[in-house]
Ligand binder design. Structure first.
Ligand SMILES: Nc1ncnc2c1ncn2[C@@H]1O[C@H](COP(=O)(O)OP(=O)(O)OP(=O)(O)O)[C@@H](O)[C@H]1O
Ligand SMILES: [Mg+2]
Length: 454
């Protein structure tokens, strides 16, 4: 049997201490109590606790200060903060200061039990997560939303059909991943999967890249060269960003798709093209057709099977599984013992707009794992890199398409500078105000506004 988890309950209200302690002991935990932060600090110095459940408002040393002090010598200790519902904001602030979770008063004991279990099981999960066990679907794609499950269901069916596929969706939603999954589940999987980025190759080169050329077809063509179509023989040709294909090449591609033959540049003989086409675009191709920028006939030829990947913000249920998947993946790759993110962080991530979709989330987790100092991913590594919080000090390069909330950004910047000044001044408001170049009164007003206690 695993050793009993140890919990320290810290609250200045005796009734709450007693209630929690009786309940948690009955649930089989090893429970100690402390009446304030200072006493709790001494307990933590004497013994290691798995979990500290601490009230935020307490005499002598408050819950957040306690958390800071304990972090210095026992960074793995999980903190669950208790707060009155009215001061939820300060609890959220404490999350940014490294707490794992918070509970609001009045609370119900079952809820506490659930949160403790969650914290403990996550802690154990990091130890037990076997390396190499990739969670998820057979295609290496992760998702639990109804939309993604539909796509997982569609992939093998699209793979066994011979028809062309058009994959649509915003940038970073996983279009290429779906294309690869289709190829590797088709009977062409032994042969090549060739990617051509229709938007990334200059128009004058695209044709010869695609079809190849004969020696002497143009200056510099010193010998025959095979193109992408040839390379994809018996395999799959992935036409990425097909919406960017110039009109002249749309005509030429249509011929290949329709007649399954092509002619290299400068050649006269026709070549057979045994190729399956999968195209992808982040444009609204039907609208491009309407606008006369994309050939309707080519559109219908490519769009036999359509797979649409919704943006991440429309399938937020996928965020937690993706976060866990990427955390494991990068922890393994970097050889770091980094575990799951706290429920609070997960809550924040689930609220993020992620205009860059899964790619953006993946990059965020990669950075966070790289920066993580303890085995639990705590808010600090995320807060430091929230782009709007971190970068907004300097003039931003642009405003994200979803827009932003200037007042909130300014508030956050103000708060960060006040915190920094207070730390530097050792808690002296007067000195902190001087450091920030504001009056004492203005400082007091701002402290009040941010709910920063003296
Ligand atoms: N469902 C998913 N599960 C796991 N990883 C995913 C998933 N969707 C996307 N990714 C990852 O996100 C990143 C972006 O995916 P991908 O390159 O397929 O997107 P895309 O739609 O082709 O983007 P773009 O339009 O910018 O080319 C990749 O690293 C991919 O592995
Ligand atoms: Mg792509």
């Amino acid at each position: 049997m695993a050793p009993r988890a140890s919990i320290l309950v810290v609250d200045d209200e005796r009734s709450i201490r007693d209630m929690l302690s009786i309940y948690l002991k009955r649930e089989g935990f090893d429970v100690s109590c402390a009446p304030d932060g200072q006493a709790a600090l001494e307990c933590c110095q004497a013994q290691k606790y798995d979990i500290v459940i601490a009230d935020i408002k307490m005499p002598r040393l408050d819950g957040i200060a306690l958390l800071h002090r304990v972090r210095e010598f026992a960074p793995e200790t999980i903190f669950i903060m208790i707060t009155a519902f009215a001061s939820l904001e300060s609890a959220r602030d404490s999350m940014r200061q490294d707490a794992w979770d918070y509970i609001t008063k009045p609370f119900d004991v079952d809820d506490i039990r659930r949160r403790i279990d969650e914290a403990l099981s996550r802690k154990i999960a990091l130890v037990e997560a076997a390396p190499g066990q990739a969670a998820g679907t057979p295609f290496g794609m992760i998702g639990s939303s109804a939309a993604m499950r539909k796509i997982f269901d569609l992939i093998p069916r699209a793979a066994s059909a011979k028809s062309n596929v058009l994959i649509t969706g915003e940038s970073g939603t996983g279009k290429e991943l779906v294309a690869r999954a289709i190829h590797y589940h088709s009977n062409r999987s032994e042969n090549a999967f060739v990617v051509i980025n229709c938007g990334g190759i200059p128009e004058n080169l695209l044709e010869s890249e695609l079809f190849g050329y004969k020696k002497g077809a143009f200056t510099g063509a010193q010998q025959d060269k095979k193109g992408f179509l040839h390379a994809a023989d018996s395999g799959t040709l992935f036409l990425d960003e097909v919406g960017d294909l110039p009109p002249a090449l749309q005509v030429k591609l249509l011929r290949v798709v329709q007649e399954r033959t092509f002619t290299p540049v400068g050649a006269t003989d026709e070549h057979k093209a045994d190729v399956r086409f999968i195209a992808a675009t982040n444009k609204d191709l039907a609208a491009e057709v309407q606008a006369g920028r994309f050939r309707e006939d080519l559109f219908y030829r490519l769009n036999v099977i359509n797979i649409h990947l919704p943006p991440l913000r429309e399938r937020r249920e996928d965020i937690p599984v993706l976060v866990e998947f990427f955390t494991r993946k990068f922890a393994r790759e970097m050889g770091k013992d980094v575990g799951p993110v706290s429920p609070f962080i997960m809550e924040c991530l689930c609220d993020c707009p992620f205009p860059g979709n899964v790619r953006e989330l993946e990059n965020l987790i990669e950075k966070s794992v790289a920066l993580a100092k303890t085995s639990i991913m705590l808010p600090d590594v995320f807060v430091e890199q929230q782009p709007d919080a971190a970068d907004a000090d300097e003039s931003p390069e642009g405003i994200p398409p979803g827009g932003l909330m200037l007042d909130e950004i300014l508030d956050r910047i103000e708060r960060r500078h006040i915190d920094a000044a207070l730390r530097q001044s050792g808690g002296s408001i007067k000195k902190a105000a001087q450091l920030l170049g504001i009056t004492f009164r203005s400082m007091r007003y701002r402290l009040q506004k941010h709910g920063i206690a003296k």
